[in-house]
Write a protein that binds this ligand. Structure first.
Ligand code: F6P
Length: 327
């Protein structure tokens, strides 16, 4: 029998649609298994402030469809100090928390690995970030919803681009990952997608746009990942305008609206599966693991491996398809 009696759950880093569905799964699975469950507000800052919420099944009613996180989130530099990590651990122990479920991105997982490897407290991490930039899961929580949000925006931009014979550069989030840009580019029918993972050749882009113009394309949409190394959508628009004046060029930066919205069915199911598996994993003795989806199976990956694996996540066939399907 596990000695775990009280689980702490928190969200940290950039919020992502599906975090609330995940909190719900963690809380209800814990209650079902006879455990106490404590919500820790504002991520690691809440640990330092002992900002705790004794939760029960009703605490997470009617939240499965809500974006954001009812536990709030924050980025916390103090926790990264040795004193901060120790203070957090002592506060957790004072509250009687003997295991943790951390929902967040790369920084969250690094913090959890730091805490659990220095002090005696098991932790399971759930990849919650729209960026889809974590190894250990084919998809991270919020990525599908964020991509759907981008596609809705592209569809609206397409209407006005087609009406005015315009070229739009649309900048999307993803930090250093091009996952959102690539999938929304394919699903949104973009003419080109500029990715951090691939060198952007301005002349190649202009050649593609010129070919499209010759083939009587009267409007065009180019998706720019914010981490692309060519300087962002406004800079790109300026460079292209200087060499190619066929289209009237406009720029749209989608920004933080990609982080909000009601989670998609995919993200709600992913959130529920990973939250459920995280609690069951803790009870079966798992520690310092990233729970994720591989194919259609829930798997555990050692945190150290997940955090140190920089495996290329972009699908090569999707990268090839962009220029083919947009002729
Ligand atoms: O990590 C998620 C993310 O939305 C990134 O895509 C983006 O670069 C970053 O967070 C923005 O951070 P903040 O919300 O702190 O501005």
């Amino acid at each position: 029998m596990s000695r775990i009696r009280k689980i702490g759950v928190f969200t940290s880093g950039g919020d992502a649609p599906g975090m609330n569905a995940c909190i719900r799964a963690v809380v209800r699975t814990s209650v079902f298994m006879g455990l106490e469950v404590v919500g820790i507000r504002k991520g690691y800052q809440g640990m330092l402030d002992s900002d705790f919420w004794d939760m029960d099944a009703r605490s997470v009613g009617n939240i499965i469809h809500l974006g954001g996180t009812i536990l709030k989130t924050a980025r916390c530099l103090e926790f990264q100090t040795n004193e901060g990590t120790e203070k957090a651990f002592k506060n957790l122990k004072t509250k009687g928390i003997d295991a943790l479920v951390a929902i967040g991105g790369d920084g969250t997982a690094r913090g959890a690995e730091r805490l659990s490897s220095r002090f005696e407290i098991p932790v399971i991490c759930i990849p919650g970030t729209i960026d889809n930039d974590l190894y250990g899961s084919d998809f991270t929580l919020g990525f599908d919803t964020a991509t759907n949000t981008v596609i809705e925006a592209i569809d609206k931009i397409r209407d006005t681009a087609a009406s005015h014979n315009r070229l739009f550069f649309v900048e999307v989030m993803g930090r250093d990952s091009g996952c959102i840009a690539l999938r929304s580019g394919i699903a949104g029918g973009a003419e080109a997608v500029l990715l951090p993972e691939r060198e952007t050749e301005i002349d190649e882009l202009i050649e593609k746009l010129s070919m499209d113009a010759k083939n009587k394309k009267t409007s065009s949409i180019v998706i720019v990942a914010e981490g692309d190394k060519s300087g962002g959508a406004y800079h790109l628009a300026k460079l292209v305008t200087e060499k190619f004046d066929f289209y009237d060029v406009k720029v749209t930066i989608l920004g933080h609206l990609q982080r909000g919205g009601s989670p998609s069915s995919f993200d709600r199911v992913l959130a529920s599966r990973l939250g459920y598996a995280a609690v069951k994993g803790l009870l079966s003795g798992e520690n310092r693991q990233m729970v994720g989806l591989r194919g259609n199976s829930v798997v555990m990956t050692p945190l150290f491996e997940a955090l140190n694996n920089t495996q290329f996540k972009l699908e090569k066939d999707l990268m090839e398809m962009v220029s083919v399907l947009s002729i």
